[in-house]
Design a protein around this ligand. Sequence first.
Ligand code: MRU
Length: 353
Amino acid sequence: MSFTQTEISSVRYRGDHLLILDQQQLPEHTVYLNVTKIEHVWDAISKLNVRGAPAIGIAAAFGLVIWTKQYKGEDLPAFLAALQKQHDYLATSRPTAVNLFWAIRRITEAAAKAESVAQAVSLIELEALLIQKEDEETCRKIGEHALSLLKNGDALMTICNAGGIATARYGTALAPFYIAKEKGWNLSVYANETRPVLQGSRLTAWELQANGIDVTLITDNMAAHTLKTKNIAAVIVGCDRVAANGDTANKIGTFGLALQAKALGIPFYVASPLSTVDLETKSGDDIPIEERPAKEVTHLAGKRIAPEGIKVFNPAFDVTPAQYISAIVTEKGIVTGDYKNKLPKLFQEDQSS
Ligand SMILES: CSC[C@@H](O)[C@@H](O)C(=O)COP(=O)(O)O
């Protein structure tokens, strides 16, 4: 199967239903789930059919949209109270990626401006469409900024999937590869397979290969050796939540990569939309880390690979302390060091522009 960046779309809004690219079936099958109910959106987020911080936010926002389309009633306060309940319900689907909470809050805030239920429904739809459109623009800008840290011919390393299918388009950490290709540059990337659920091998390798980008797959325990021997210019990763002090939660294994990069003197970059920066979370210690079912560790492709009854620890994310992060690349530019003082300034500029 081959596609271009224009065709990649993790969430497609179709008025009364959503088409969600089922990322659990990739790379074997490219299947869109037909989603007609908010409960299905909750399930799709929780079961990783749609995953990646921005895509989770987009799916949740449209989940509220399809709920409004089924709502019967003309009383605005009752509608807003019911909307808040649906907001709170979706907020329980996954805990770490702050884009989920950011997006559904934007939806309830948009609805609060309405003077009738009909107007609220229309404002909610517009807001969800805007969140999706803005994310595409944001990702492109992140890609352009990230590229300014790189040069033609560089080899990089990444983990998990922070690509087009984790966002509206382009991705965050993978955006520079797409922009580089447009410019006729040659960037190559080593993708960590990303146990336990293999977003690196199933998604990143698939997405980049389908777009003609030079990608080499490695298992997670090959990272240090690869960094040391393959002349890697930088590690670039996405993120699920950046705390006010720059500590960053991303897919489990990211912290290990940051430590390895530091030990080898290789820059470690985090690609982050401002929607993933959470100034209300003071430090990495305050970021809730999702723990997922043991079966993700004890089984591979449905086959048991560990003894029955074994104890399992399965954190989905880890936190890289700010001191290991060479730069955070946002749509508003690149921030290096002193994140605590510099990150809030990006939001101030955001409001004045
Ligand atoms: C642009 S996506 C950024 C992050 O959400 C990504 O790196 C990641 O860790 C995703 O984890 P996942 O558990 O697959 O949702």
